[in-house]
Every structure is written in C-alpha cells, then in structure tokens.
Design a protein around this ligand. Structure first.
Ligand code: PLP
Length: 288
C-alpha cells in the first residue's frame, strides 16, 4: 500500500514527512481551529457549513486563517485525489502558528494549515456506517465547560473536556451536563431524543457545539414537517423519552440503545431520520 499524502500549508507531503514546528501554538496551547469532514464520492460533505464553522471558530479565537472558501476546498480535494479516496475522513486544522514567546496571542499570526485524510468507506444497512452498531451511552460527572469560559461554538484543539469525560467510562459515548445539571452533548457528538413524535435536542443557548450533522438533521426534520423542539433538558427528560440518537460527521446518525440503566428500542422517528440522512448522502452521488 502506498504511503498516505497529507497537506501542510498547501503542499502535499508523504505522511512520514509531514511535520509541524514544536513551537507551533496549536501544539503548545491548543490554539487552533479544526474541522472533521467526510467525503462522499470524492467531495467533502456540506463544505460550506464546515467552512463557515471554521471561520466562526477563528473569529472567536480572533485570528484570520487567511484561506478563501474555494482555495481551501481545492486543498482538500487535491489531498483526496492524491490518495485516490472517494469516501474519506478529513481532518482540517488551522493553528495560530509559531509561538511568540508569550501566552498572549500575537497580533500578526502566521497560521499553519494541516489536512489529514484516511479512507472511511460507508457500509452497513442503508449505507449508514453505524446503524448496525448502536451506541451505549453514560452520563458522566465531568461538567461541560461553560460558554463563559471557552465557547462551545468554537471547535478548537482544546478537547480536554471531552477527553476527561471519555476517561470516566468505557461506553461508546459519554454525555456531559452543564454546571446547572442540564443535558449538553457527547464528548464528540450532539444528542437528540424522540418524545411522542417530537424530535428534541439541547439548544445552542447552552454549551453545545453547533454540529453540522445536527444542522442537517434539523433541516431534514423541517422538510418532513417533523415537530422539533430545541430547549433545556434534564437527564430525566432523556430517560422518559421513546429513544435517542447521537450525531457527528463520522457516525452520521447513530442510534442509542442505552443511557445508564435505561434501555431503548429504536423508534419509527429515528428510523425516518436515519433514512432521510441516507437519502441526503445518496443524493451526493446522484448529483455528481
Ligand atoms: N459536539 C462535539 C463536542 C464534537 O466534538 C462534535 C464532533 O466532533 C460534534 C458535537 C458533532 O459535530 P459534527 O456533526 O459537525 O461532526
């Protein structure tokens, strides 16, 4: 098998030669924005939404990554092509760049761009990669960092909050509560639950990353006139629900079969959302 090709600062390099300086602020401080994407049929899924979120993260961190939407897309496509990947996992990072000697961010950042890819075929029932391996979930003690400390809307390299949460449990996903005991999200996913035909998800008013998959699911629900509620919820609301699922770019729509001691059978509503998501992905192939 030939060596993977990554992209560093716009240049393709063999994976074994891809390096970032040890004084890069992304490495030293987690001072970096990133996106995790999937490609279907060689094209990054929901590119505009990912680019917009990257932009928002950089705005919140107060640095300019310096790449136009189309230019960055070209780098992603080029990296996929160099590896011959149609269905891939893509991790795109922009750090603030070299360390200035101070913790305070430099006023003249020189961002470092890194694009990593690996093959990620779609498989399973209806194409969904995880439909056959639903998630068991635990609510853990680690509290989601409040927005007033680090805004959840910024997808930064600082993932210690989720890492601490995951280290508490062997479950497939760990759910965190906010400082007031309300449901927020998983370590790497957004939470949905179905309650008497209503699709519910914690609102972005709390410390919740605006997931791209969450956005797509909400759009699909809207298109199908499914009742949706975004609000503040307690764990009891989830335990009382008909069932639940978690979403992220790699898992897509992943049913939850257990939260703590509460077991769920997958509801008709979750199946409808899963089918709608599959159809949305399939249309990526038809459109090309
Ligand atoms: N919430 C957190 C904390 C995440 O890390 C992620 C993805 O990694 C998500 C939600 C889901 O986001 P997306 O659907 O954009 O992958």
């Amino acid at each position: 098998m030939s060596e993977l090709q990554y992209c560093v600062d716009g240049e393709l390099v063999p994976a074994s030669e891809a390096t970032v300086s040890v004084t890069d602020r992304g490495f030293k401080y987690g001072d970096a924005a990133f996106e995790t994407l999937r490609s279907y049929d060689g094209a990054p899924f929901e590119w505009d939404r990912h680019y917009d979120r990257l932009q928002r993260t950089c705005d919140l961190l107060n640095f300019d990554h310096g790449y136009e939407r189309g230019e960055l897309l070209d780098h992603v496509r080029k990296t996929l092509r160099a590896n011959g990947f149609s269905e891939a996992y893509i991790r795109l990072t922009v750090t603030r760049g070299e360390h200035s000697g101070k913790l305070a961010p430099p006023t003249d950042p020189s961002p470092t761009l890194v694009i990593l890819v690996s093959e990620l075929p779609r498989s399973g029932v209806g194409g969904s990669p995880v439909w056959d391996s639903p998630a068991e979930v635990e609510i853990v003690d680690t509290v989601r960092i409040p927005d007033s400390a680090v805004p959840a809307a910024a997808k930064t390299h600082n993932y210690l909050n989720g890492i601490m949460a995951r280290s508490e449990s062997e479950a497939d996903e760990t759910l965190m509560l906010d400082v007031d005991g309300n449901l927020t999200e998983g370590a790497t996913s957004n939470l949905f639950f179905c309650d008497d035909g209503v699709l519910k998800t914690p609102s972005l008013d709390g410390p919740v990353l605006p997931g791209i998959t969450r956005d797509v699911v909400l759009e699909l629900a809207r298109e199908r006139d499914i009742a949706v509620e975004r609000d503040t919820y307690r764990p009891d609301d989830l335990y009382r629900a008909d069932d639940a699922f978690v979403t992220n770019t790699t898992w897509e729509v992943r049913p939850v079969t257990r939260v703590g001691d509460r077991r769920f059978d997958t509801s008709e509503l979750t199946r409808t959302i899963r089918d709608a998501f599959d159809a949305r992905v399939e249309s990526e192939y038809d459109d090309s």
